[in-house]
Design a protein around this ligand. Structure first.
Ligand SMILES: [Zn+2]
Ligand SMILES: [Zn+2]
Length: 495
């Protein structure tokens, strides 16, 4: 199948490959911007091109360059942005795949070739240039789809042409906008992208040539300015989710072992774990993190050795669940899981999710998806609680006369991580179906106390959750506005 191509100007052609491959022709020579599958090479004789002088890659994603793996050596130099060696050179790509495992955090790139490409020259500097004969290709740093991505500027037939890679897509959008999420909670990638797009928008140009979708000939600068505004909106919703709220911490007392006594029968120890004490001489561990469990013996001893008879996790992330097998093995605790939380934990090999424990965890019993669970004198309300990740639940019970909601990582007090464990596509976050739905549940349940992950517990204020509902609406709209198709499901959600 020949690769379809269109002529944009005399001597400027766009091939619709796995990405747009642009070919700039000068006599019987040409240079290419991005490479795609490389199938377009076969068409060159048809256009009178005898020699491909250079290939310039805008960034490292496989859709830009996977065809380069077809041969060990190519008869033309291949150039890539400085810094992209991390995702293109054979040694670095091997190291990348070794380091990338399911239990890890957001990787430094979501899309990397299975193996690296020999002989690429990483000589495209952020504000530098390279010459093709007398013609000067100028580079502008436009990060976003990775920290090193560049745009390439060339003057052709008296027109200023800008090849922007995936920094922009027609319609003031971003191809696969989840690439802007350089980590699981901050807006660092979005801010960098905004700065790059704004920079590009200040450059006079006749034609903007993105890596995906149509070429923009009609007021490309105005489109880039609209995109910069959208990126800033996206950055802002990556920020605080309930601005203006105080964090109303509950002051604990301290046991000798270092654990914090939140209420007479509720203790928090280590990073993430809670222990609830029953009058029956039993205890229930919430979110047992393996790294916290060295503290359990001392805590149990100080409490008069209550038996741990039950353990559960608010969500599947390893820092909330990987101690479950140990609590079962060492103390005989029965593992209870919400069906949504059990799903990724049971099949860790099959599901590609971040922060999974290293081994599958099978519950001894499942909670109802929505309903009531009784453990000794405590009656728990149980419900799905999607937010930071979809596979999350909440449970609430009355402890020492206070309604305590165990809420994992969705909602933090105002001073911690912008008041949330963050949203990102890689983590399976949801807005309306996630943060909004769960904030509504908190308002319905009206706890006295939120007992959340990472050592935080704070008094409930309805105003916080009302703000989160409004924020989730804004966050969904800001994220959707970046999707080329207008559909989060198609362009943004990874899971
Ligand atoms: Zn890309
Ligand atoms: Zn988490």
């Amino acid at each position: 199948m020949p690769v379809h191509s269109i002529q944009l100007l005399p001597g400027l052609r766009c091939f619709r490959d796995t990405c747009n491959v642009y070919l700039i022709q000068d006599g019987d020579q040409a240079v290419a911007v991005d490479f795609g599958s490389g199938r377009w090479l076969r068409a060159l004789p048809r256009f009178g091109i005898r020699k491909l002088a250079h290939v310039f890659l805008t960034h490292h994603h496989p859709d830009q360059c996977a065809g380069l793996l077809a041969k060990r050596t190519w008869p033309f130099p291949i150039h890539a942005p400085a810094g992209e060696a991390n995702f293109l050179s054979p040694e670095k790509v091997t190291a990348y795949w070794k380091a990338r495992c399911q239990s890890g955090p957001c990787p430094p790139s979501y899309s990397v070739l299975k193996r690296g490409v020999e002989g690429i020259q990483f000589d495209m500097g952020g504000f530098g240039d390279l010459f093709w004969g007398a013609r000067r290709l100028r580079f502008i740093h436009t990060p976003g789809h990775g920290a090193n991505a560049l745009s390439i500027i060339i003057t052709h037939h008296g027109k200023q042409i800008v090849f922007c890679g995936d920094a922009a897509h027609a319609g003031a959008a971003i191809w696969q906008p989840y690439h802007l999420e350089w980590d699981h909670w901050t807006g660092a990638g979005a801010l960098a992208a905004w700065e790059g797009v704004l920079r590009l928008s200040n450059l006079g140009m006749d034609l903007l040539c993105p890596s995906h979708g149509p070429v923009v000939a009609d007021q490309p600068r105005a489109m880039l300015k609209r995109l910069a505004d959208k990126l800033l909106r996206f950055y802002r919703v990556k920020g605080h989710i309930c601005a203006g709220e105080t964090d109303d911490y509950l002051e604990p007392s301290f046991l000798e072992c270092g654990a914090r006594q939140v209420l007479p029968h509720l203790f928090q120890f280590g990073c993430n774990s809670y222990l609830l004490l029953s009058g029956a001489g039993e205890s229930f561990v919430v979110d047992p993190y393996a790294a916290d469990l060295s503290q359990v013996d001392a805590l149990l001893k100080e409490l008069g050795r209550p038996r741990i008879t039950a353990a559960a996790a608010t969500h599947y992330h390893s820092d909330h669940s990987d101690g479950l097998p140990l609590v079962k093995q060492k103390y005989g605790a029965k593992t209870w899981l919400h069906p949504w939380v059990a799903l990724p934990l049971r099949k860790i090999e099959a599901l590609k999710r971040p922060w999974l424990p290293l081994k599958p965890i099978r519950p001894d019993a499942l909670w109802p998806e929505r309903g009531v669970w009784r453990w000794n004198e405590y009656e728990f309300r149980i419900a799905p609680f999607p937010g930071q990740t979809r596979w999350h639940c909440a449970f609430m019970t009355c402890v020492d006369g206070r309604r305590v909601l165990f809420g994992g990582d969705n909602f933090q007090p105002s001073s911690r991580w912008n008041a949330t464990g963050g949203f990102c596509a890689f983590n399976g976050s949801r807005f309306r179906e996630g943060f909004m739905r769960s904030a509504r549940l908190v308002l319905r349940w009206r706890p006295d106390l939120m007992a959340t992950g990472h050592g935080t517990y704070y008094r409930f204020h309805a105003s916080q959750f009302r703000k989160i509902i409004a924020w989730a609406e804004r966050a969904e709209s800001a994220t959707r506005s970046l999707c080329p198709s207008g559909s989060l499901r198609r362009d943004y959600h990874l899971f």
